[in-house]
Design a protein around this ligand. Structure first.
Ligand code: 5AD
Ligand code: FES
Length: 349
């Protein structure tokens, strides 16, 4: 099959074989990419028209007990200044976000056990009590089934946990020995079984990644059937063991976004901050490749510099109080618009 035929087949069947995914990723030329993005937009618009969903990201702690080699807030990075927001500071971000039109709040943090299970539970309850029209999303890493169940019972709606890579050998090159590939994957299945809307995902161009591994990621996602898929380029972090590794590219990330849209027509697909960091119009280009979500930062401006998973992260300076308006303008510039909505997966509430 030619690459154009692979794209047609993918659009028709929403899946390819592993070898076909590999061929598509390795051989797509300029014309193929344009065909892919055009089809990705058509499919996206069937479910979402020109709407772009926003998620207010609140990075409430950068303490982390883990030491993922790629990450700027890993425990052995002593160059980072640590912070932890108080519940009232988090709630103030939510109030500000609500006024700005956010109807989903993502509480994201490192794996910080100082914030107890009950503390987080109380926060979830309080946000839902104040704003019953909002979704609460958690992104605080790997926990046990009973903890995930408890937070769900407190009212949490969604959970983001990127699988990072679906290939065990690769997982073990990106993480120290005390982190387990199987445990991470099990967490995702636990979350789905409990009833969360689940987000998985991976970095594009992470160290040691091959095209075959990318095909494994897509086929793993086909099995998991998450509601959201977060992908962004790997960006080397200067104090990490991967400081001198090459980063992922705009081109490859856009290609993967297009392939994911055709493989998962209804999925929530963010144009990530990492994509916006490697190119000034990265997020706009992501939307034009099939993405339909953006996740601006609602964290207090004073702590944003400290939550740098990778170098040169955008929206950390004083321009960032304006992210909502900035994104509105950016989306309008390409003919799309932000909507005030929880932005649930189609057919779920
Ligand atoms: N570059 C890009 N993305 C990164 N993440 C962590 N470190 C980096 C980096 N250096 C991603 C991981 C994690 C998500 C919150 O951020 O995929 O799951
Ligand atoms: Fe943050 Fe543009 S989105 S400043």
């Amino acid at each position: 099959m030619t690459v154009a035929e692979l794209i047609e087949t993918l659009q028709k069947n929403t899946v390819l074989t592993k070898d076909e995914y590999i061929a598509l990723i390795e051989n797509a030329q300029e014309a193929d990419r344009n065909l892919l993005f055009e089809k990705a937009r058509t499919v996206r618009e069937q479910y979402y028209q020109k709407d772009v969903y926003i998620r207010g990201l609140i990075e409430f702690t950068n303490y982390c007990k883990n030491n993922c080699y790629y990450c700027g807030i890993r425990c052995q990075n002593h160059a980072v200044e640590r912070y932890r927001l108080l519940p009232d500071e988090i709630l103030a971000c939510v109030e500000e976000g609500y006024e700005l039109g956010f109807r989903t709040f993502v509480l994201q943090g490192g794996e910080d056990l100082q914030y107890s299970v009950k503390d987080i539970g109380r926060l979830i309850c309080e946000i839902k009590k104040r704003h019953s029209d909002c979704a609460v999303t958690l992104s605080v890493g790997e926990r046990e089934h009973n903890v995930y169940q408890y937070w769900f019972d407190c009212g949490a709606d969604r959970y983001l946990l990127r699988h990072e890579t679906a290939t065990k050998e690769h997982y073990e090159k990106l993480h120290p020995d005390d982190l387990s590939f199987e445990h991470r994957i099990n967490c995702l299945y636990d979350l789905k079984e409990i009833g969360y809307q689940v987000g998985a995902g991976f970095m594009v161009g992470s160290p040691y990644q091959t095209t075959e591994y990318l095909a494994n990621d897509i086929l793993f996602l086909k099995k998991l059937q998450p509601h959201m898929i977060g992908i962004g380029p790997f960006i080397p972090q200067k104090d990490s063991p991967f400081a001198n590794m090459p980063g992922g590219t705009l081109e490859q990330t856009l290609l993967l976004l297009g392939i994911l849209r055709l493989s998962f027509p209804k999925v929530l697909l963010p144009a990530t901050t990492a994509l916006g960091t490697i190119h000034p119009q990265g997020r706009e280009q992501g939307i034009l490749a099939g993405a339909n979500v953006v996740m601006p930062n609602l964290s207090p401006v004073g702590v944003r510099e400290k939550y740098q998973l990778y170098d040169n992260k955008i929206c950390t300076g004083d321009e960032s109080a304006q992210c909502r308006q900035c994104l509105e303008n950016r989306m309008q510039s390409i003919g799309y618009h932000i909507v005030v909505s929880r932005g649930d997966y189609p057919g779920i509430k």
